[in-house]
Ligand binder design. Sequence first.
Ligand code: COA
Ligand code: ZN
Length: 321
Amino acid sequence: MYETGSRILSGFPKKVSVIDVGPRDGLQSEPGYVSISDKVALVNGLIDAGVRHLEVTSFVSPRAVPQMQDAAEVLDGIDRSKGAVLTALVPNEKGAERAVEAGVDAMVVFMSASESHNLKNVNRTRDQSLAGFEAICRIAEAAKIDVYGAIATSFGCPFEGDVPVADVVEIARAYRDMGITMLSLGDTTGMATPPLVAERVRALGEAVPEADIALHFHNTRGVGLVCVYAGLMEGVTRFEASVGGLGGCPFVPRATGNICTEDLVYMLDECGVETGIDLKKLIAVSQRAEGVIGRSLPGQVMKAGHRLDLHPMDAVRTANG
Ligand code: COA
Ligand code: ZN
């Protein structure tokens, strides 16, 4: 385990939850099928490294997202002994029934802040999505399972451009009115910037003070961790990321991976913000994931190592002219 950095920065939360969404958001767009045992090993490796919040799969249509067709089998193999909270995306009643049957700890309903992305992603309007969540909530309530609410395209839409903050607030209010206060603002295609993060977190804090906000960034334009930093400055304590930086939405052109969990944990460690995650173990999980996926993943700390992983001087030649 690495030592964490000193706390010379003020105003940051002391502790945050890192939610690994790699097994779902990361793997869903992988073209080659990843086996059930590889998926289970990935999740169990993350739990062993100290991750306690994971979005492990989605109970969506197998025709829409073939990679997630094995959702129940994956859940079945996961180590529940350490009390990790396992969530899964659920788009409709059928998904909710399957999720209850498979034993998720919480289901995540999701819709986009922009109409066109919602149509592409779930084949319905935003109003239709919201109307459908009532039935999902009833199923969850009967099974005594929590429901979380995700808002995709919260910082911009690849088809419409800027998304009005009022639209994000309206959906957050609708979730709150259904009793859903664990919210996640998704930046599906990496359109977030630090000022947009501050603006949206503040607006939600004022309009829906009951909401517990998580931030979900993709590193599509290289500013994912900077957006996390902006979130930390606003007091946000839950961040979603994916091991190795796996990921991308299958329903958006040129979508790329989530911010990388190891890179996020490295930054948080160095800022003195506790995560409970062992970075060394996490890097090993990420390196194994590269082997499974069969290509280099975008994560940087897993390639460069920790800043204090030193190299013997005689390992490199001296530059003499
Ligand atoms: N689980 C399994 N099968 C499902 C399902 C679910 N949750 N929801 C629908 N299906 C099946 C139906 O049984 C039906 O099958 P059939 O044709 O063999 O009878 C078929 O899918 C179509 O169902 P329908 O209700 O008409 O859905 P649709 O075609 O309008 O698709 C969604 C709507 C929401 C099911 C689909 O768009 C979806 O799963 N989207 C998820 C997208 C996603 O995960 N995006 C990434 C996350 S950001
Ligand atoms: Zn995402």
